[in-house]
Design a binder for this molecule. Structure first.
Ligand code: ATP
Ligand code: ZN
Length: 226
């Protein structure tokens, strides 16, 4: 697939935990963007850049298919999609430009409070509900543990109570949601932050020059914050 759009396309999460900070960073980098309208595409007023505002789940694929040039995405979503695409023999390449300082979270296994967790071997043969089956499988394969994943895109934390799983593997920041559902975090398996990524195929000279300039600015904004 070829992207010969003259304007640089940057994918950001439309609304959610990464959207405000991605937008703030772009603004701090000097992009003037009119975000008032709830449009899919927001045009930058002072540079040849368009923002594509989508669900975060779609961003890795848009980059790997080469239909957008840059994207801000959580490493959890990015690596999950990369593993899935590799397994399916689909394009899974991208360039990692920079790790951000926002979007921190961890992917953890949690069990019911009364479960006697003695280490990963305690999970042998269990049903584990998750939105991240690839990352979970990578971890448990490394540990030599057999399990059955139950794929859920939402409400993962209610699965044990609903009787459809014995444990869960989900994103955690404070642990309050787990506690509210009678669960305890027993094993963190992946630490994530947001990253800025680029499509693998070479950009036109003009677009690459623009990306180079943007990266200098990202560096400047991030240093100023330290
Ligand atoms: P979308 O509607 O775009 O699909 P979403 O509900 O999948 O949104 P969010 O909850 O907005 O996603 O989280 C987006 C990303 O933010 C996560 O994939 C993760 O990288 C990061 N993140 C940071 N902190 C947390 C947290 N406490 N819980 C969940 N995700 C977090
Ligand atoms: Zn999502």
């Amino acid at each position: 697939i070829k992207n010969d759009q003259p304007r640089l396309r940057i994918a950001i999460q439309k609304s959610g935990r990464l959207s405000t900070e991605s937008q703030n960073l772009l603004e701090a980098m000097g992009l003037k963007i009119n975000m008032r309208e709830q449009r899919l595409i927001a045009h930058c007023e002072n540079m040849p850049i368009d923002l594509l505002r989508v669900r975060d789940d779609d961003i890795p694929g848009l980059i790997m298919d080469g239909v957008v040039d840059l994207g801000f995405i959580g490493e959890n979503e990015l690596e999950e999609k990369e593993l899935e695409r590799k397994r399916l023999g689909q394009p899974a390449e991208y360039k990692r430009l920079k790790r951000m300082t926002f979007g921190s979270c961890r992917l953890s296994i949690a069990t019911t409070e009364e479960f006697d967790y003695q280490g990963p071997q305690s999970l042998e043969g269990l049903r584990i509900a998750t939105s991240y089956p690839e990352l979970l499988k990578r971890y448990l394969d490394e540990q030599g543990i057999n399990f059955k994943s139950v794929m859920l895109n939402g409400s993962v934390e209610v699965a044990p109570r609903a009787g459809i799983a014995d444990a869960i593997c989900d994103l955690v920041s404070t642990g309050a949601t787990l506690e509210a559902n009678g669960l305890k975090e027993v094993q963190d398996i992946f630490h994530s932050k947001a990253v800025l990524i680029q499509a693998k195929a070479p950009l036109s000279k003009d677009k690459q020059a623009l990306v180079d300039r943007l990266m200098v600015r990202v560096q400047g904004v991030m240093q100023a914050k330290e």
